[in-house]
Design a protein around this ligand. Structure first.
Ligand code: AHM
Ligand code: MG
Length: 332
């Protein structure tokens, strides 16, 4: 009989953290139910509102955000939340010896896929709060490098509802069993293969990329007649959760790099809600993550909604990307 998520958490995390993760994942099971209802549940389409990044919000972005806020507030170990869909932090209770965690999430990742019935997901990250005096958490409490995360995970709402989770000691996967409504462990040790022949990037942006990214993709496209000496395959789902999940299962490299259309913006994806949790998961599964300048998890954040250039997945490919970036810098 596979382990249930509760059994896994109770043996791997301290009780407050275990309960916080279980509550977060329960809210995701609720989101999965809504996603399955689709148009019948009146969850499709856009709202008139925009989020803090100026992106039009989908109904499901806001509903998922509200579901996570309401559910997670009940976890006694939680002091505050921050979300891709909210301008400011959402304090729950003053930080103290019990309420000593901070939760961050992208409530509905891959929003452009909601209305077309393609996989979407939720990404979450848990940071420790600095317990000094009893006080409400502020944005400054959240601005910690990704290596500080005590847990990170994502749930894919796809043909199956899958949770991929790390507590900082490897990565496990769970599937929501519709027959019992239980999360059952379906992989004990997720491992991203070091070598791959698959890359994921939105190639429509090719002309805007920086030279090292152009060169890397050119090398992949040259296939077995080029310097890489092998043919590559390409995939792009436009849901980071789904693209990263494929990499967790069979390897690959995912890129959403800086591009010159908006030179002052570091990238499209967000450091705190997307890049850091995914980077911890990928590293814990034996892969690597690079932000174009250095290791993703070492970046000292300067803002809650900060964007970043993202390159992660199979270690050999991330190392190649790193080498090309270093070479470009050395010859600049
Ligand atoms: P979202 O969180 O608003 O859905 O945006 C993030 C998504 C990622 O899941 C995905 O990798 C990327 O945006 C796709 O962007 P594009 O449509 O430019 O290919
Ligand atoms: Mg997202």
């Amino acid at each position: 009989m596979p382990l249930t998520l509760d059994q896994f958490l109770n043996s791997g995390a301290e009780p407050g953290l275990a309960q916080l993760i279980a509550t977060t994942v329960d809210a995701c099971a609720g989101i999965a139910n809504l996603v399955r209802r689709g148009a019948v549940g009146e969850i499709m389409g856009a709202l008139e509102s925009e989020n803090v990044q100026g992106e039009v919000q989908k109904k499901l972005d806001v509903i998922s955000n509200d579901m996570l806020l309401a559910a997670c507030a009940k976890a006694p170990a939680l002091a505050a939340m921050a979300s891709e869909e909210m301008d400011d932090v959402h304090p729950v209770r003053p930080i103290d010896a019990e309420a000593r965690y901070l939760l961050l999430f992208d409530p509905l990742d891959g929003s452009s896929n909601i209305d077309v019935n393609v996989s979407i997901g939720t990404i979450f990250s848990i940071l420790p709060a600095k317990v000094d005096a009893a006080r409400d958490a502020t944005a400054a409490d959240f601005l910690q490098p990704g290596r500080n995360q005590v847990a990170a995970g994502y749930v894919v709402y796809g043909p199956q509802t899958t949770l991929v989770l790390t507590l900082g000691q490897g990565v496990a996967a769970f599937t929501l069993d519709p027959a019992s409504d239980q999360w059952l462990q379906t992989a004990e040790k997720v491992a991203v293969p070091r070598e791959t022949k698959e890359f994921a990037i939105n190639a429509s942006n090719m002309r805007h990329w920086a030279p090292p990214v152009q060169r890397y993709i050119d090398e992949c496209l040259a296939g077995d007649t080029g310097c890489r000496g092998k043919n590559f395959n390409m995939r792009w789902i436009a849901s980071m959760v789904a693209d990263v999940h494929r990499i967790m299962v069979r390897g690959g490299v995912f890129l959403y790099p800086w591009d010159k259309r908006e030179p002052d913006r570091a990238g499209k994806l967000r450091l705190m809600y997307e890049a850091n949790p995914m980077s911890l998961l990928v590293e814990q599964a034996g892969g690597a993550s690079f932000a174009g300048t250095g290791r993703m998890l070492d970046i000292q954040p300067t803002g809650l909604h900060q964007r970043v250039s993202v390159m992660l997945g199979s270690a050999a490919e991330v190392e190649r990307l790193q080498a090309l970036h270093e070479e470009a810098l050395a010859t600049a």
